[in-house]
Design a protein around this ligand. Structure first.
Ligand SMILES: *Cc1c(COP(=O)(O)O)cnc(C)c1O
Length: 428
């Protein structure tokens, strides 16, 4: 297996020594925490050079996560859409069902190398918490997950998973008792004991070195996919599409293609109930430069610079900030940022389920929705590669309850209704 860390890094890609991508990124944290971050950066720079670490990481990605994940040609979907051919990078087939396990294993391995006893993190819907608890169980470290009391009630199955995996779920009772309060509580806990613990951030966000490090741990996705699609089609894809919450799955697949100028890259943000309402989380499309959680990036903020409450049907996408490298890639025009609404995501959710027998996560459904739109404007000879970041098992009850099938006129189990269904998508 190629070295997933060093081969993913190229010139367009790397931040400067201060962790800056153009004007974005960096580190805006109290001095005590800066010392801790500098230690993490040093440790990371060492392990990137350490063959034993890289071998251990590659072995776990292969034998435990199940990498390489396949690239799959979605033939029926492509034919029904009637434009470019759509291929899916199947991160939904990883152990635990999404891409997050890739960076969680990297972070916990690093923690172990640094002699930490415990990994801590916040979680919203519980996806990051479960992935981290899994990696901690695998590598024998303690794990505390900070979670808002409201989210604990809402996300019972993930809370149970974390407990079964041996993590302690710490209920956060302050503020709105949701994700932002959980981040604050986890940061405070980290400051109390930065020697025995390490904070494992769940995306390409936070102070330097996390945007770089999490990206590098996810770069394996793009390295594999670039090779796989070339083997399958004898060429690079015309476009690569990924959903963007914090931006880790998107950076993972994009980084391998940044130097291939002929490959168009599309990041898809959650437009929620619509970009003209307050109920979305389209940070790049609608945000302005600001500082949140220790780094500078585009940010959905009010007049005074406070992060706005955000919304998406996909809880993995509703973050008011975005990874600093995405803000940079937007500024230089290398990546095009689009958005998909809740409704478009649900249509893609049903569409992929019915056309291919793959139930995608609602997060990933945003990428599929944009790929369907994009394919219609392209030729049959062209190829779109979609990063299918996770599976939709977690979303099935919610979707059936709030977006019943009858609304979509997708009746019958044997192909009836598919044409009408896609015609309906096309009309818009
Ligand atoms: C968490 C999550 C996301 C969003 O996170 P990124 O850092 O933007 O990748 C996307 N898809 C799935 C399946 C997730 O669980």
């Amino acid at each position: 297996m190629q070295n997933p860390l060093t081969t993913g890094i190229n010139t367009t890609n790397a931040p400067d020594a201060n962790g800056r991508f153009g004007e974005f990124g960096g580190s805006y944290i109290p001095p005590e925490l800066q010392t801790v971050m500098d230690e993490v950066t040093d440790a990371y720079r060492q392990i990137v050079q350490d063959p034993a670490f890289l071998t251990e990481l590659s072995d776990l990605l292969h034998h435990y996560v199940g990498r390489p994940s396949p690239v799959y040609y979605a033939k029926r979907l492509s034919e029904a859409v009637g434009g470019a051919q759509i291929y899916l990078k199947r991160e939904d087939l990883n152990h635990t069902g999404a891409h997050k396990i890739n960076h969680c294993i990297g972070e916990v391995l690093l923690a172990k190398r640094m002699g930490k006893k415990k990994v801590i993190a916040e979680t919203g819907a519980g996806q990051h918490g479960v992935a981290l608890a899994t990696a901690a169980a695998l590598l024998g470290l303690e794990c505390d997950i900070y979670m808002g009391a409201v989210d604990i009630k809402k996300e019972a199955p993930n809370v149970s998973r974390m407990k079964i995996l041996g993590a302690t779920v710490v209920s956060v009772e302050r503020g709105t008792k949701t994700l932002k309060d959980a981040v604050d509580a986890a940061f405070e806990a980290y400051l109390e004991d930065p020697v025995d613990q390490i904070y494992c951030i769940g995306s390409v966000v936070g102070p330097h070195p996390f945007p770089m490090m999490v990206r590098d741990f996810q770069a394996v996705v793009g390295i594999e996919a670039r090779k796989q699609i070339q083997e399958m089609t004898d060429a690079l894809p015309d476009a690569v599409v990924a959903c963007v919450g914090g931006g880790s799955n998107a950076m993972g697949i994009f980084s391998a293609f940044l130097d291939d100028k002929e490959v168009k890259l599309y990041g898809v943000e959650p437009a929620g109930k619509g970009l003209d309402t307050p109920l979305h989380a389209a940070t790049i499309t609608k945000g302005k430069p600001g500082i949140l959680h220790g780094f500078k990036s585009l940010l959905l903020q009010d007049e005074s610079g406070e992060a706005l409450p955000v919304y998406s049907i996909a809880s993995g996408l509703d973050y008011p900030g975005v990874g600093p490298q995405h803000s940079f890639l937007h500024t230089i025009g290398r990546v095009i940022y689009e958005s998909a609404t809740d409704r478009e995501a649900v249509e893609a959710f049903y569409g992929l389920s019915r056309m291919e027998g793959i139930i995608p996560a609602l997060e990933s459904s945003h990428a599929v929705a944009h790929a369907i739109k994009l394919a219609q404007s392209m030729d049959k000879e062209q190829v779109i590669l979609v990063n299918l970041s996770g599976r939709g098992d977690k979303d099935i009850d919610y979707v059936l309850e709030h977006y019943p099938l009858v609304d979509y006129e997708v009746n019958g189990s044997n192909g009836n209704g598919f044409k009408e269904f896609l015609a309906h998508i096309k009309e818009k």
